[in-house]
Design a protein around this ligand. Structure first.
Ligand code: ZN
Length: 393
């Protein structure tokens, strides 16, 4: 293990590797920092010792080439990083695996998390695996599929009225007052973000050391986008190529605080108190932790990337395109990445010759309420004539 401490990303103050959530000096975001030793290239730098890892088979997700969809959208190279193939069906398993492992290391019996659903299921699953108690706060609009999945793992689930930010502040207060480890997977817990770096390490290997021109990531607060970029930065220390991917952060039009700041050229992100989108996984208005959005914006700019927002109608269209053209069914929050690709091609933010990776964050079965499929499925008797008529051969 080469992690040596936590560092504030804004004022650079250093702290020990303790259960801390923000900089005491400036309330900034804390990030794990590593010793710059002349060591052999690691598979990944993570803030835990290998033997302490609580593991459910997360990671090593497939990278699928999407040739038919690429042709349809007008881009030459499109690859899909299938994070919905993780054990609980979303990318959250990578950060949560690290977070739960740290909870054990720090000696906690209980963990708490505010989540829009994917983090909830993941924290509940890994807590069960580790023998810890999990308290999960979700917005009352959370899809039933995600709530039931979380309950199945034995977690204590509480619905909170209003937007996700309400869950965030309650979880933070309860965690602090009751000394419960907070695994909320925004940028609050510095250890969880590290798990996201491994996506970059895997992409590097899966693409034989070539770097994609653009990586699309749906973003609420943005820990996945930050983690992937950080992973490439670390990787670049060991290789001659200095090329870095441009990071494309995709938001929904009904909740676009980071996209708005990007478009208006503002350095600081303002919260969205009333998010309205079907993409629940990215419906994070950042109330009370706008700094997460500001840092994500900084990373996007550093990568020479961009943030854009997409309407729900385009998200649903992208969801059906991906399922119909490639056989890949993801939830609306994940389809937002494909919708973002469609919009940015139209706006010439990228060219058709760019090599593109879209990170697909969550499985389609997790949020079925808005799926746009025909509801008039015919029912017939056990009868061949009726079947022939029904299938219209
Ligand atoms: Zn600070």
């Amino acid at each position: 293990m080469h992690a040596i401490g936590l560092r504030c990303v804004f004022c650079q103050t250093l702290y020990p590797l303790a259960p801390l959530y923000e900089c005491e000096a400036c309330q900034g975001i804390l990030e794990v920092t590593y010793a710059q030793e002349n060591i052999e290239e690691p598979r990944a730098w993570l803030p835990i010792a290998g033997e302490n890892r609580i593991y459910l088979g997360e990671g090593d997700t497939k990278l699928l080439s999407a040739e038919r969809l690429a042709k349809r959208l007008g881009v030459k190279s499109l690859q899909l990083k299938c994070e919905f193939m993780n054990p609980t069906g979303s990318f959250k398993d990578r950060p949560v695996s690290i977070g739960i492992s740290k909870a054990i290391e720090f000696g906690y019996q209980k963990v708490i998390a505010a989540s829009s659903g994917n983090g909830a299921a993941s924290v509940a699953a890994y807590a069960a695996r580790a023998g810890l108690e999990a308290i999960i706060l979700v917005p009352d609009s959370t899809p039933l599929e995600k709530v039931k999945q979380t309950l199945a793992y034995g977690a204590k689930v509480i619905r909170v009225t209003g937007p996700y930010s309400n869950c965030f502040s309650l979880a933070k207060q309860l965690g602090e007052s009751q000394n419960i480890f907070n695994l909320t997977t925004t940028l609050l817990n510095p250890y969880t973000v590290e798990g996201n770096k491994v996506v970059a390490y895997e992409l590097y290997e899966q693409m034989s050391g070539t770097i994609p021109d653009v990586i699309y990531v749906p973003i609420g607060a943005g820990p996945l986008l930050i983690g992937i970029y950080k992973g490439y930065v670390e990787k670049s220390q060991y290789h001659v190529s200095t090329k870095m991917p441009r990071m494309a952060g995709i938001q929904a039009e009904g909740n676009n605080p980071i996209a708005t700041a990007f478009v208006q050229g503002e350095p600081v992100v303002q919260a969205e108190p009333d998010p309205r989108t079907i993409a629940g996984g990215i419906a994070d208005g950042l109330v009370g932790y706008e700094k997460d959005g500001t840092y994500t914006l900084q990373i996007v700019k550093q990568s020479n990337g961009f943030v854009t927002d997409v309407p729900d109608s385009l998200i649903l269209q992208a969801q059906m395109l991906l399922a119909g053209e490639e056989g890949v069914f993801v939830e609306p929050s994940a389809a937002a990445g494909i919708a973002g690709l469609m919009k940015s091609l139209e706006e010439n933010r990228i060219t058709e010759n760019d090599s593109v990776v879209v990170v697909l964050t969550g499985h389609g079965l997790k949020d079925m309420g808005n799926v746009r499929v025909a509801s008039d499925v015919p029912t017939i008797d056990h009868c061949m004539e009726q079947l022939i008529e029904a299938v219209d051969i």
